[in-house]
Design a protein around this ligand. Structure first.
Ligand code: IMP
Length: 191
């Protein structure tokens, strides 16, 4: 069992994906990606902040040459549903023209964020763009997103941990879980 501070566990509801399950799946994804991109100019793009742990684990298991860049994008305010407003909060540092871009995302919900990002990055003329997401939550999908590498499908619930946040907290939990309902209600009342 991975160590988590006891105070943090008080807020945790059901654990949807434990650390071992996540790590095993990440290893499989890394193997597939390494095979698919053999001989290509792979650049992995970490979508901040939620994908940081997923990307960090994934890239360390990639067995071919790869470069890395970060992009900050936000679609959610303080709520648990998308606002539909998408903006780049931190741009890439690298020129991706001619490169094989793999966008690494934590979760696809409505698909609005990725759809915006894919269109924005296409304008920069990469050789290819593919999507790798840890969690695929299809219940509220508004835009069809071609997900090339998927960690897990999940049911319609708001999850935190392994990079995912609620009001910017809980990212450091080493598993993916739901929060107790009273925690969400308590936080909402504070707003
Ligand atoms: P979309 O634009 O609706 O697909 O939302 C994608 C973004 O919303 C993700 O990158 C997350 O930041 C956030 N998000 C969606 N669902 C969840 C969730 O269950 N927990 C935490 N963040 C979420």
């Amino acid at each position: 069992m991975v160590w988590v501070h006891e105070a943090m566990l008080e807020d945790v509801g059901e654990i949807i994906l434990d650390t071992e399950t996540i790590q095993k799946r990440v290893a499989v994804l890394a193997e597939t990606i390494s095979r698919d991109y053999e001989g290509k100019n792979l650049i992995m793009i970490c979508v901040l902040k939620g994908s940081m742990f997923f990307l960090a684990d994934l890239i360390r298991k990639i067995s071919i040459p790869v470069t890395l860049d970060f992009i900050g994008i936000s679609s959610y305010g303080e709520a648990t549903r998308t606002s539909g407003v998408v903006k780049i909060t931190k741009d890439l540092e690298e020129n991706i023209e001619g490169l094989d871009v793999l966008i690494v995302e934590d979760i696809v919900d409505t698909g609005l964020t990725l759809s915006y990002l894919i269109n924005a990055l296409k304008l920069r003329k990469p050789a290819s763009i593919r999507i790798c997401c840890l969690l695929d939550k299809t219940a509220h999908r508004l835009v069809d997103i071609p997900i090339d590498y998927r960690g897990f499908y999940i049911e319609d619930s708001f999850v935190v941990g392994y990079g995912l946040d609620f009001q910017d907290k809980y990212r450091h939990l080493p598993f993916v879980c739901v929060l107790k309902q009273e925690v969400i209600e308590r936080q909402r009342k504070k707003l």
